[in-house]
Design a protein around this ligand. Structure first.
Ligand code: PRX
Length: 609
């Protein structure tokens, strides 16, 4: 990599917390004077107009503002800022295809051009600031480009994970009345060669009155139906546009994106993130947790369809001028050493994945690791669910070779960025413990009555006192739901839905959800959501879904179902699974279904899970 660029201020050692003592000092400063602390961090990015108040909040009404009246643009800060600083020829994105011989790289200059073109393509279709654009794609570069293009023109992106069904896509489009849907012809993932993305999109848009156009990336070249009035190829949408696009000046509190996530009740909710606070927190945590340095190659294996991909594939790394790797495939294709082949191929320095992937690979033993050196790795990370001690040690010893710090990062879609985690190489590791809060974060352990449990050796529900910059701003179209879910359970605090233990050293260990949410392979699922899907089968009378310990997935889905049917048990179970696949997608299909004649109920008739 050439050394001719000016060192970027964000990626120099100066921007990092570099010792445990410094962490403690900075943490204390961030708590005693949060406004001064965050103002200093916010100065690292470029503003069209500075803010006039760092933060203002009222948890009772769920009203939170950071950097009030500041004006800035996320795409400008991810791209133009680095190009203007002489960093344009550095690699922004390395894309590794499902097939090992398919890859692409984008320098910051190239990415800026692609993003500007697509932004102009969207504008030509009438997309304006504040309009919602739905992105339903696999892990192809155009997904990151579309995210940044939306941010450039002030459109609010709503990425829907590419494995959701057409029904799930339809509901998410309708909830936020998206104007445009961006998808691809078909997708490839592992041995699956033709995932019917466009066909699913076609099904969905039969019932989405707000969608005006569907833009289709040609990924595989498989023939797909194109509606001449409604559908446009991506490459045609950018064929006659300027490759410069002036970024829209966004208010700090203008929404940057919506991302749907499951809750304990009802339908998934659209978590809304702001522009300034989200950018500042995701980039700050990226730098410090992973201790990213100039020239490092960073790889997060998540999907951009989830918050981890938003914050730590796209925004966090690009805001810091980092090189971020985006992988289209799966860890087991074409063989079970694929992750390790990629680490060696690109000399990856920071590797961030989910416990479920670790456990799945662990099951294949050490042989798949034997042909790779993994020498380049400096930091390994975990996210999405509690990492059990066995998986922690396997990952630490065999992937990190005992020399890489392992950052177990606890956070949520609603928090926008990492909240509790070791800082790599700085916070001493303790297996299965997320460890200590990031600067600015005040975790509080409360009992069922809301009493704070101070000191060490305590266990209870995890709340966060006082807001951080990237805290959820609202649930789209239903602010009351935001207040009742997060700010009403415990007065004056944000409630996470997780249980936690503070051990004798003051380290935090996340114990998992305390509400009706289960975590299947790091995917968050509402039990009520799965039950609603099961109940759509006409022979199902009632169902109850619970999580159960699963060796690979962390939690599996166990469904108790009452049916009235002529079918035998195997037939009805197959049909139920198909209904769930259709209503939500394959990630929600029950691992076990037990046909029962009754379900335990409370006196008021509520199912006791
Ligand atoms: O239960 C916690 C678990 O995942 C939930 C958040 O899910 P989601 O919004 O989909 O975001 C996942 C990626 C940030 C949390 O409430 N969780 C996440 N990270 C950890 C975790 N549980 C234990 N340890 C973690 N490191």
């Amino acid at each position: 990599m050439s050394k001719t660029y000016k060192p970027h201020p964000d990626t120099t050692q100066k921007a990092h917390i570099s010792s445990l003592e410094q962490y403690k000092k900075i943490y204390n400063e961030s708590i005693s004077n949060p406004e001064e602390f965050w103002a200093k961090i916010a100065e690292r990015i470029d503003w069209y107009q500075p803010w006039n108040k760092v933060r203002e909040y009222d948890f009772v009404n769920g009203k939170i503002e950071w950097f009030s009246n500041g004006k800035l643009n996320a795409s400008y800060n991810c791209l133009d800022r680095h190009v203007n600083n002489g960093y344009g020829d550095e690699t922004a994105i390395i894309w590794e295809g499902n097939d090992p011989n398919q890859s692409r790289t984008f320098t910051y200059k190239e990415l800026l051009k692609e993003v500007s073109q697509f932004a102009n393509g969207l504008k030509d279709l009438g997309v304006k600031k504040g309009d919602r654009v739905c992105l339903y794609m696999q892990m192809i570069p155009e997904l990151a480009i579309a995210v940044l293009a939306c941010a450039r023109i002030g459109a609010v992106h709503s990425v829907v994970f590419g494995a959701f069904s057409s029904d799930a896509l339809r509901d998410r489009i309708n909830d936020s009345a998206c104007k445009i849907l961006v998808t691809q012809d078909t997708g490839v993932r592992g041995i699956k060669q033709n995932i019917p993305m466009k066909a699913n999109a076609d099904q969905a848009v039969l019932h989405t009155p707000s969608i005006e156009y569907v833009i289709v990336v040609k990924r595989t070249g498989e023939p797909v139906h194109m509606d001449v009035e409604r559908d446009i190829w991506w490459h045609e949408s950018i064929s006659n546009v300027d490759d410069k696009c002036k970024p829209e000046e966004m208010d700090s509190e203008d929404p940057l994106f919506i991302l749907y996530t499951s809750g304990s009740t009802g339908k998934p909710k659209g978590v809304v993130h702001s522009s300034a606070g989200y950018m500042i927190y995701s980039s700050y945590t990226f730098l410090n947790v992973f201790q990213y340095d100039e020239d490092d190659i960073y790889w997060c294996t998540a999907d951009v369809g989830w918050i981890t991909g938003h914050s730590y594939i796209v925004y966090g790394p690009l805001l810091c001028g980092a090189t971020t790797l985006m992988f289209e495939g799966v860890p087991t294709y074409p063989n079970v050493s694929r992750f390790w082949d990629i680490v060696d191929k690109y000399k990856v320095n920071q590797f961030y994945t989910a416990p479920t992937a670790i456990r799945a690979l662990q099951a294949h033993g050490l042989e798949p690791l034997e042909n790779n050196s993994l020498d380049s790795l400096k930091v390994i990370g975990s996210v999405g669910e509690p990492i059990n001690e066995e998986a922690w040690h396997w990952y630490h010893d065999n992937v990190g070779k005992g020399k890489c710090p392992l950052v177990d990062t606890w956070w949520q879609t609603e928090t926008g960025g990492i909240m509790i985690s070791a800082l790599a190489g700085i916070t001493p590791n303790k297996p299965a413990h997320a460890s200590l809060p990031l600067p600015g974060i005040i975790p509080v352990i409360v009992d069922a009555e809301g009493n704070e449990l101070n000191g060490n050796n305590v266990q209870g529900n995890l709340c966060i006192k006082s807001p951080w910059p990237s805290i959820i701003r609202t649930t789209y179209g239903d602010h009351e739901r935001c207040i009742s879910t997060y700010f009403s359970n415990y007065k004056g605090m944000y409630f996470t839905g997780d249980g936690v233990k503070r051990d004798h050293d003051g380290y935090l260990r996340i114990l998992g959800r305390v509400d009706d949410v289960i975590n299947v392979s790091g995917h968050r699922m509402g039990t009520a959501e799965v039950e609603n899907a099961i109940n759509e089968h006409e022979d199902v009378i009632e169902s109850a879904v619970v999580g159960y310990p699963h060796d690979i997935k962390g939690e599996g889905i166990y469904a108790y179902v009452i049916v009235s049917t002529e079918l035998n048990d195997d037939e009805i179970k197959d049909q139920i699974i198909n209904v769930v696949r259709k209503v939500i997608g394959p990630i929600a299909k029950p691992d076990k279904i037990q046909i029962v004649s009754g379900l335990p109920k409370t006196r008021s008739g509520k199912i006791m899970r």
